[in-house]
Design a protein around this ligand. Structure first.
Ligand SMILES: [Zn+2]
Length: 283
């Protein structure tokens, strides 16, 4: 099999929340990181990018050490794109994995909104932790560069994120419309976001990177604003990790670039930690 573990990094991201042991996890083999030349390119744009397994290992060590959070008390919520490259196998390989509760839609924006976050909150163990991973994604293909990825059993790299690349294509052609239609609600919302930032996007050195960063910022802002409207009396902490996921060609591990890490103490009604990226020292 060529791709039983393509999405293992995301499995381990969720697995660390439920498993006592670190990766590699049962049912899969950890994929190698991308070749150095590719990794260097990724880190030119996303200096903090780390492989999914490296992120998972750092994150579990960090929250366990600093907040004494047992993995069994954590339920993961994910605002990630609907792209199958993210979900197909990752969250099904290990029966111990809890979650994720999928909060995201096209582009990784949290389209389930306040209702989705409220439903997710109800599922969290008593005295438990709401762990939110907010990470719109971008592909990097060795043959086509940013905005593409080579998927399993295909010979040519295809767009990634497809929704954002499609939006960018229309923006460049001047055919992107801000109307929200029932049959393409999520596409319409992404179009509105892109149009609101069109000057920034079109003047960027790499337009898809610019649109991805704007989408990631928007997703984080939406989740943060939804948190204050969510009832979570039985929860101890909200842990938020916001960043960008970088998908690489199918035989390599995916990467995560963390922009912000935030911990909200529900009882104190206070943010007790809000930093750019605390995991660097753990790598
Ligand atoms: Zn996508």
């Amino acid at each position: 099999m060529r791709l039983p573990a393509k999405l293992l990094p995301l499995l381990t991201i969720s697995c660390f929340l439920a498993c006592d042991q670190h990766y590699p996890v049962a049912g899969g083999t950890e994929l190698p990181g991308a070749p150095k030349q590719t990794e260097d390119i990724l880190k030119q744009t996303f200096p903090d990018a780390m492989t999914g397994p490296a992120f998972a290992d750092s994150a579990i060590n960090y929250v366990q050490r600093k907040y004494h959070i047992p993995p069994g008390k954590i339920l993961m919520g994910a605002s990630l794109c609907v792209d199958d490259i993210i979900y197909t196998k990752n969250f099904r390989l290990n029966p111990k994995v809890k979650g994720p509760f999928n909060l995201g839609g096209l582009g990784g924006l949290p389209f389930t909104g306040v209702s989705g976050l409220g439903a997710f909150a109800h599922h969290i163990p008593e005295e438990g932790v709401m762990f939110l991973l907010i990470a719109p994604h971008i592909g990097y293909s060795e043959s086509k560069g940013w905005g593409y990825v080579l998927r399993h059993e295909q010979h040519e790299a295809s767009t990634c994120c497809g929704a954002l690349m499609g939006t960018l294509d229309k923006l460049k052609k001047g055919t992107l419309r801000p109307e929200i239609k029932e049959e393409d609600y999520q596409g319409g919302k992404i179009a509105q976001l892109a149009l609101a930032h069109q000057q920034e996007i079109l003047s960027a050195k790499d337009q898809i990177i610019a649109l991805t960063k704007i989408t990631a910022k928007q997703a984080e802002q939406e989740i943060r604003s939804h948190i204050v409207d969510t009832h979570m009396g039985h929860i101890k902490y909200v842990v938020l990790v916001a960043g960008i996921m970088i998908n690489t060609d199918y035989s390599y591990s995916d990467y995560l670039s963390v922009n912000h890490f935030m911990v909200y103490d529900v009882a104190k009604k206070a943010i007790v930690e809000d930093v750019a990226n605390p995991f660097r020292a753990d790598r």
